[in-house]
Each structure stands twice: as structure tokens, then as C-alpha cells.
Design a protein around this ligand. Sequence first.
Ligand code: AMP
Length: 425
Amino acid sequence: MNFKELNLIEPILRAIDKEGYTEPTPIQEEAIPVLLEGKDVLASAQTGTGKTAAFAIPLLQLLNKQGSTQKEKKIQALILTPTRELATQIMESFRAYGQFVSIRTVVIFGGVSQKAQVDSLSRGVDILVATPGRLLDLIGQKIIDLSFVKYLILDEADRMLDMGFAKDVAKVIGFVPKQRQTMLFSATMPQDIVKLANSVLKNPIRIQITPVETTVEAIKQKIYFAIKKNKTRLLIHLLNEKPYPSVLVFARTKHGANKISKELRANHVQSMEIHGNKSQGARTEALSLFKTRQVRVLVATDIAARGLDIEELALVVNYDMPEVPETYIHRIGRTGRAGLGGLAISFVSDEELHLLKAIEKHIGMQIGQVKAHPYHEDFTASTFVPTKPVVKPNMTVMKNRSNPSKKKPNYNRPKTNRPKQSKDN
Ligand code: AMP
């Protein structure tokens, strides 16, 4: 299918073409016609599936149609999203797809002075992209009026609830007219999201995009076992070994992110960090330098990295293993975007073996390990427990044959029995 078959108007088709998109992604193929028909949508789709364009394109077309009757620019569409970074990316997408129509998109988020945002709002807004806190703040100050909103989009709804925005989201919805078209996007559909969906959507069309695990299969994944104190040296070794252009490194804590980044710089690797303690200005600068390839490595915590849209990310490194298996999928999904292949490397220390096991169980596959690296010996020395296998060999074979995905990883196999493994390529 191509975009023309979706009955899009010429100025939007031109903008899509300029972006270099040749065909719609599955979520776009499904959501665009439904939204153009004016129906509510409940979509399970994670970042990286093209979900932003799936709502931005039809919204621009719907608003453009009504444009001639709308003399004064009042907020007609509201997109609520959890983080500042996501809000900025959504605004940029609206501006890109809407560059040949005269529709104004404004973004507001907390953590920065409200002055520039208020000035921007005063020049008129068709589409407002907002995080819940700042939005309520400006509604309270009577700077923002949502009583003309016809389209409401709740983006990354599960994340908004996880971040404690449930009450704020409910309050915002209370300011939006009941007569409207609503779209709810969420990577996961836990019970509280279903409840929210039931309360805000009217006879929604349900769209479910390929389970997360399928996306994961497209990404090459590798494990490097290393004791904690060797991890930075291992990272530097990997960065020196291959000229990966853009590398996103995940750290568990803000302090950890600072430390890794500092050590990389001390070893002549351009690196910046992005986390909740950084000012909005510093975060935007780091992201922009990383996106324009002026900085090779970005070290991030999960919250700061959530939803970051960075094209052609060569490598994602889990410096620290995530505590929650779902987070692993979100992290590695930063590479291999929109069908592009990618590489995700995880550093696993002794203390993190249980996290690796939980992840492998969750994704239903065993992740291949790379042993040909300078720090593997230290790890095997620290964890080696020579246990005799208790399962008869042919029993194992039967088990694996009947269900290969359930094969259990065996980390403590004696070194001499291990098959030779080539270097990561
Ligand atoms: P999203 O899921 O909205 O975060 O989008 C992920 C990435 O896919 C972004 O970099 C988009 O620019 C890109 N993208 C969205 N739609 C398409 C498409 N139809 N063809 C190619 N890339 C796309």
C-alpha cells in the first residue's frame, strides 16, 4: 500500500514524500482511514512503529478541512504525552507533516520558564502538544482554554499512569468538551488503561500492532558477561573496536550515567548524559548534539530515554541490566526503528544473572553471548561453579526438540565444554 491510497490531500502527501517515507507502517495503514472517518481509536502500539504519524497525519488533514471556517486560532486538538522529550518530538512531527498546510502546532512542558510558551500560545494555536502538569498550570492561570477542543489524543497512556499522572489526566479530560473524537495509544494494556479507555472513548476501533516480541526478533542481541568494575573498560573496548556512529548507553541511576559519561570523556570518547537531574536546556542540547552526530555516545536513564526518537541508532548498550523485563524491550527498541536492523549489547554481571534469566523468559529466547572479549576471564573466574548436569543428555534433547524456545540458559557450564564462539560481528 502507498500513502495515496489512504486518500490524503496533496500538501500532506508532499510533506510525507519530503520525509522520505515510501509506504505507511502497519499502524498508519490501520489508523489513518479510521481516524479520517471520525471514529475513536484504542491502539496498542509502542514507539518505533510510526504511531506519531498515525495520528498526526489524519489530524492535520481533518483540521485543514475545517481551516477555512476557523478565523481565530483556538486549540482544536490536544495531544497529552508524559515527557518533555516526547512532547517536543511530537510537535516536530506535526510541523514536518504539516509544513505545507497552515496549521499551527505549539508545545508546552514543565521544567522551563513559561514565558516563551505563553508568548507562543498568544500567537494562536490549532494543535497543542502538552505534558499534564504544565497544561493544568496554564489552565489554572486562564492562559489556556480547552473548550474548543474537538480532538483529544492520549499518547503513551500507560507511561502517563506509571509516572503518576492519572489524576492530572482525568482533570485535563474534564476541561475538554464531551463532543469530540478521542484516540488512546498505549504500549501495554493493563487493567487501569482499559478502565481509562472505557471512560474516555466512544465505541472505539481497536488496533493492535505486532506484539513487542516480534519487533525484538529483528534486533540482533548479544550478552557480554563482565564483573561490575570491568564494565566501563569493556564499553571503551567495544567503542574502540568498531566505529559505531551513535551509541545509546543505559545506566540504572543518574549518578551512574554521570560517572560512565565522565569516564568515557576521560578516555577520549565524546559522550553526554541525559537524566532527570539535568535541566531541560542541558537535555535538549545533549539530544540535539547526539542526533546531529556531534556526540557519539549518549548515556541515559530509562525515564529520560523513554520514547526518544533517534534515527539509525547503530547500537544500544545495557550497561546495567534493567530490573523489569519490559524495560529491556523498550530499551533495545531504540535501535532497529521502523524496520531497520540494529544491535543491542547487554553487560551482565554476577549480580545481574537473575535479571537476564527473567528477560530471556519474557522474550522467549536465549540471547547469544560473546566470550571473545578481554574481560570474560574475570567473570568466569568469579562465577564458575563446577556442577555436574543432573538431567540425562537425551532428556534434554527431547525437551529442546519439543519446544526450542524454552531452552534454559546454562551460565555455569565448565569452560572446557563451551563451544567456540566468534567475536561479535
Ligand atoms: P514513532 O513510532 O512515531 O516514534 O516513529 C518512529 C520512527 O519511524 C520515526 O523516526 C519516524 O520518522 C519514522 N517513520 C514513521 N512513519 C514512517 C514511514 N511510513 N516510513 C518510514 N519511517 C517512518
